[in-house]
Design a protein around this ligand. Structure first.
Ligand code: CP
Length: 304
């Protein structure tokens, strides 16, 4: 059974196919009638063991636009709270003739574990600090769309809490595979030491320098919930040293695209006038998430 567990496993051609399929679905989504019959006999469960707004809503909407039947599962409101295991939970749901699983889990590798034990196709909607493949795909789609160019040679800075970010890792895999030039920027305590050599990215501790260098800045949230101990002194100090404000953008004297996967810590990694300003494509990213997830679901569905 084919799965979408991470960008790490994908070839350049797979990524290009998902992005071009997403472009076709984006056209469909501009029509007055946005629904297509492609997945009419497919049932998908959205299995969320961790909170989500964008990913969950856009998978559900993508399934509805494709005419799939969808079920929504929230761990905290389920029998997981009574001690039922992940595998029992999924096997029970699949016994009701469910075909595909979209899963978010706080444990890195949870969907990879599941893939070894169940017959259904799995899409990883974020696993711990490992990967968030559909986010990287919608980010790539949004960069290409905004700049009307390919990713080859594009200068992308990924800025903020790199260490705890599955969005950073999936973006790095995707962008380097597609020939983009990637710099990660932020505080040394939030950038793992191995990242430069292991993943072929540059490291920059000065956010203004990273902004001066890049075409696109993908800015990440500080994930306090994943830190056992504080890795910087306070949110205010983080904002002063590494946050992005309008004055910094004005000083660049060039076009730049500002992205953020959401949710934003306003006034911490991004000031509101940057997040809401003319350089920001943050809500376009969210819009494109639906088309990209339609593409992933469509390409993985077993329609025989
Ligand atoms: N970008 C993203 O994954 O947002 P949610 O956590 O709200 O799904």
């Amino acid at each position: 059974t084919p799965h979408l567990l991470g960008i790490k496993d994908l070839a350049k051609e797979d990524i290009a196919l998902i992005l071009s399929t997403a472009a076709q679905f984006k056209e469909v989504l501009q029509r007055p009638v946005k629904k297509v019959p492609s997945l009419r006999d497919v049932t998908v469960v959205n299995l969320f063991f961790e909170n989500s707004t964008r990913t969950r809503m856009s998978f559900e909407l993508a399934e509805k636009r494709l005419s799939a039947d969808s079920l929504n599962f929230t761990a905290s409101a389920s029998s997981v709270a009574k001690g039922e295991t992940l595998l029992d939970t999924v096997n029970n749901i699949l016994s009701m003739k469910v075909d595909m699983v979209v899963m978010r889990h706080s444990a890195s590798g949870a969907p990879h574990f599941l893939a070894k034990h169940i017959p259904a196709a799995i899409i990883n909607a974020g696993d711990g600090i490992n990967e968030h493949p559909t986010q990287a795909l919608l980010d790539a789609y949004s960069m290409q769309e905004k700049l009307n160019r390919s990713l080859e040679g594009l200068k992308v800075a990924i800025i903020g809490d790199i260490m705890h970010s599955r969005v950073a890792l999936s973006n790095i895999y995707l962008l380097t595979k597609m020939g983009a030039d990637v710099t990660v920027a932020g505080p040394p305590t939030l950038i793992p030491k191995y990242i430069s050599e292991a993943l072929g990215v540059r490291v920059e501790y000065n956010v203004l320098k990273a902004l001066q260098w890049c075409d696109v800045a993908n800015v990440l949230r500080i994930q306090l919930e994943r830190m056992n101990q504080p890795l910087f002194s306070s949110l205010r100090e983080y904002s002063l040293a590494y946050g992005i404000n309008k004055k910094m953008l004005d000083s660049l004297n060039k076009e730049i695209v500002i992205m953020h996967p959401g949710p934003i810590n306003r006034g911490v990694e991004l000031d509101s006038d940057v997040a809401n300003g003319p350089h920001s494509i943050i809500l376009n990213q969210v819009e494109n998430g639906v088309a990209v997830r339609m593409a992933a679901l469509y390409l993985l569905a077993d329609r025989d």
